[in-house]
Design a protein around this ligand. Structure first.
Ligand code: MN
Length: 402
């Protein structure tokens, strides 16, 4: 593919400026709050940032939508985002994430590509970059859509159906393509994966297959910049391997996150300088804890009265109508958790609480222990794991076949 020209000011300051974002989850709500308005505000912020900071390329590393079949309002917002990006004349590269239906998102990709928005959703095409050029030469952008191991293993010629194996196979294609390009060609990889060392929150969908979800960052060695999606907290795994995180919070576990995008300057020899650009905050998040009287009276909690609140009630006996009472002081209370302060062995601790934070595999293993008295041995654990993998793969296959 011939390099595309960038706008006339591309690389004007000796660098190629990339705006890196991911995990928009258009159509997702936050508890009972419809986030579409906040998502639209973010899109406006993205466009304004691209313009103000004279961005040369926008990259979106997956989970554009929250679901395979998103609500119409989310599709309309995405359509609006595409038009505004195209109107700016800034090339954009996007991949599908584990929440997107790659097939659906990829519809019309060829046509949209003519407007400079490059949607990469086909695993087999991961070695075919979008090549852009600035004053210092070519920059190859490789879009690696989310790779579901069992589904793409054969297509990519991976030896095993694990995340590391399929990403490794995809990166082999990237390196093979890069080796055939002019010396000095710089490279950027977009990927949607759980890279070792990354810190997770409660709002990423579990992608555990074969027991291992995390991939060592070394799989991306040799690339100038890796724009990651999947984890919802902004973080740098290394100088060249970063997560932008989601622009908005989608769980209370993200209360301490600073939602942002990365503005990355790629120098003529592949030098990296990255800066964070904050995203608009629709409303701060607060997690408060105590018995109901304390929560209603404590003066230090006044700062959270306008926040989205998750209240953990520690009263030994569940108080009457706690939501209505809390809402009088904290009108944006969205989540109520009961954590009565009693002995840890108490059988009254709710089933839901005991399952909190545990994977399907762990819950199934606990169940075996509970009914039999002894936990599953290694062979039995493997049987359970294979069963979960099959169910998850079937779900994905059904979506692909639709
Ligand atoms: Mn996500």
């Amino acid at each position: 593919m011939a390099p595309e020209g960038l706008s006339e000011y591309a690389g004007r300051s000796g660098v190629l400026r990339i705006l890196h974002t991911s995990d928009w989850h258009l159509g997702r709500s936050f508890h009972r709050v419809n986030m579409l308005g906040a998502q639209a505000e973010f899109i406006g912020h993205l466009i304004a940032t691209a313009r103000e900071h004279e961005v040369d390329v926008v990259v979106v590393s997956g989970d554009v939508y929250d679901r395979a079949v998103p609500p119409l309002a989310a599709v309309e917002l995405f359509d609006d985002a595409l038009h505004r990006l195209a109107d700016l004349g800034i090339p954009t590269v996007m991949i599908s994430g584990n929440h997107d239906s790659a097939r659906r998102l990829g519809v019309g990709a060829g046509l949209i590509g003519r407007a400079g928005i490059h949607l990469r959703t086909a695993p087999a095409a991961c070695g075919e970059p979008v090549v852009l050029a600035d004053a210092h030469g070519d920059v190859a952008f490789y879009g690696l859509p989310y790779l579901e191991p069992a589904l793409v293993k054969d297509e990519l010629g991976a030896k095993r159906a694990g995340h590391e194996a399929v990403l490794g196979a995809a990166m082999q294609r990237v390196r093979a393509d890069l080796a055939g390009r002019p010396t000095g060609t710089r490279s950027v990889v977009l990927a949607h994966a759980f890279v070792t060392g990354g810190e997770a929150s409660d709002s990423e969908r579990d992608i555990t297959v074969g027991g291992v979800a995390a991939v060592p960052s070394g799989v991306f060695d040799g690339v100038d910049y890796v724009a990651l999606g999947h984890l919802h907290g902004s973080q740098a795994i290394s100088e060249r391997v970063r997560y932008s995180g989601s622009p908005l919070p989608y769980s209370f576990s993200e209360a301490a996150h600073r939602k942002s995008m990365w503005l990355v300057d790629l120098g003529p020899a592949g030098e990296i300088a990255a800066e964070r650009v904050d995203c608009p905050v629709p409303r701060p998040l607060a997690r408060i804890r105590g018995d109901i009287e304390t929560l209603l009276d404590a003066p230090e909690l006044a700062a959270h009265e306008e926040s989205w609140v998750e209240a953990t009630l520690t009263d030994p006996v569940r108080p009457d109508d706690p939501m209505a009472r809390l809402c009088e002081r904290f009108p944006h209370t969205l989540s109520l958790v009961f954590d009565p302060e009693r002995a840890p062995e108490d059988p009254d601790i709710s089933y839901a609480r005991r399952l909190e934070g545990r994977t399907d595999q762990q819950i199934a293993e606990d169940f075996v222990t509970h009914v039999r008295g002894a936990g599953p041995d290694e062979r039995e654990q493997a049987v359970l794991r294979a069963a979960f993998d099959t169910v998850r793969t079937d779900e994905t296959l059904r979506e692909v076949a639709r």
